[in-house]
Design a protein around this ligand. Structure first.
Ligand code: PLP
Length: 434
């Protein structure tokens, strides 16, 4: 068998099937996988020469598309200096530059940045910050989190504990997860105002349990992997008020929504809400190297720093990796140097137009679009074995889950490619209902 750079498509797949575990998949009875040889712009080139238009931005990350000359250059320049140094006792320009940019971009109250390696870890960090803050405020009983159902915050144990117990994909581990407080997700959709009934459970839970609750954690406006739901910004405003009233922190997980995806730089801006702690990841990286950040206020930072033990108890080995930070700086510069709001508005229009036909199709229960996210919800779970092959045969990379077929393309996609994506969704949904 050919090895190394000359490996053929089938060779790669053979080794893959023998050794490699993929996300949310099984060894042995694997779903089909496709070997990618390179990627440029919005196109993934498979090792057998086929090209696919990317509708996923590699799970929200690759907002500028792939193999971008400016971000490539940022990595190359940094590589000549150092690829990594420990962050304990050392610092470097890429980390401080990135921290300064993040503080400038996010709501003004967020002043301090804790870097980590992935979105899940940044959620762990946020949860620990909230608990340690209350410990240092003399309320050590505030050890739990409150969240809404249909949420998703990651795959590590702390993050899993605040994912939807059913759709969050972690029901298997219920016995070992920290019990948290859950209330129903609001039924008021994006654009609607929130009804009293939407808030009733949250209000009651906070009134009865705030002495045990360190923070409410939410994905603002868009719930991602737990159901791709878009909820009312008004609801988020009301939750902010309840948190303040009950002396509970608000953690906003902007890992999926951050950096323009919903049409605003951060989804909390739809509601004009400022969290006490914010998690960033995914698009932060420009799709290059894994990195996440947890931002917080001076009040939380100072309380933890002056409490006992007087330090924040976390410190990943690859914290603030210089290559990842320098490419993240480049990605933010790139975003800010382009008319990204216009690009997202245009994508939103085309997604809404292109997916509209799905509303008439059998088996479709909802079509929704917000910013550069388009969702077609079905009344049945798709068969991944066939649907993935069908999308690839259409020349697109779209990866549904459960009852959801969704698009979140790189912001640089042009109209023709975007219409190919929406056209493929329409075609495949028609085949599903045929
Ligand atoms: C809202 C949200 N939070 C956290 C995570 C976890 O991030 P990561 O996969 O980088 O650990 C995800 C990933 O999908 C997410 O969408």
């Amino acid at each position: 068998m050919a090895k190394g750079p000359t490996m053929g498509y089938d060779d790669i797949l053979l080794l893959d099937s023998e050794y490699v575990w993929h996300p949310y998949s099984a060894m042995g009875k694997k779903l089909p996988v496709f070997a990618v040889e390179s990627a440029k712009g919005v196109r993934l080139r498979l090792a057998d020469g086929r090209e696919l238009i990317d509708g996923m931005s590699s799970w929200w990350c690759a907002i500028h598309g792939y193999n971008h000359p400016q971000m490539n250059e940022a990595i190359k320049v940094q590589l000549q200096k150092m690829s990594h140094v420990m962050f304990g006792g050392l610092t470097h320009q890429p980390a401080v530059m990135l921290a300064e940019k993040l503080v400038a971009l996010t709501p003004a109250a967020l002043k301090n940045v804790f870097f980590s390696d992935s979105g899940s870890v940044s959620v762990e960090v946020a949860m620990k910050m909230a608990i340690q803050y209350w410990h240092d405020k003399g309320q050590p009983g505030k050890q739990h989190l409150l969240t809404i159902r249909s949420g998703y915050h990651g795959d590590t144990f702390g993050a899993m504990s605040v994912c939807d117990p059913v759709t969050g994909m972690h029901s298997l581990f219920t016995e070992v997860l920290t019990p948290q407080y859950f209330v129903d997700a609001p039924t008021c959709r994006y654009g609607e105002s929130c009804q009293d009934s939407d808030l009733a459970q949250m209000r009651t839970c906070l009134a009865q349990n705030s002495q045990n609750i360190a923070a409410v954690i939410l994905e603002p406006v868009v719930q991602g992997a737990g159901g791709m739901r878009f909820y009312s910004a008004d609801y988020l405003q009301q939750v902010r008020k309840l948190c303040t009233q009950h002396r509970v922190l608000l953690i906003l997980d902007e890992i999926a929504t951050g950096f323009g995806r919903t049409g605003r730089m951060f989804a909390c801006e739809h509601a004009g809400v400022v969290p006490d702690i914010m998690c960033l990841g995914k698009a932060l990286t420009g799709g290059y190297l894994t990195l996440a950040a947890t931002l917080t206020t001076t009040e939380i930072c100072n309380t933890i720093s002056s409490g006992t033990p007087g330090v924040f108890m976390h410190g990943p080995t690859f914290m603030a990796n210089p290559l990842a930070c320098s490419v993240a700086v480049s990605s933010i510069d790139l975003l800010l140097s382009t008319p990204w709001q216009e690009a997202i508005r245009e994508i939103e229009k085309i997604l809404a137009d292109g997916l509209d036909e799905c509303r008439q199709l059998a088996g479709v229960t909802d079509v929704r679009v917000l910013g550069a996210i388009g969702v077609v919800e079905l009344d049945h779970a798709v068969d991944m074995q066939t649907i993935q092959q069908q999308f690839v045969a259409e020349g697109v990379w779209i990866r549904p889950f459960g009852r959801l077929i969704y698009l979140m393309p790189p912001y640089v996609i042009d109209e023709a490619d975007l219409r190919t994506l929406t056209g493929a969704v329409v075609n495949i949904v028609k085949k599903q209902s045929a």
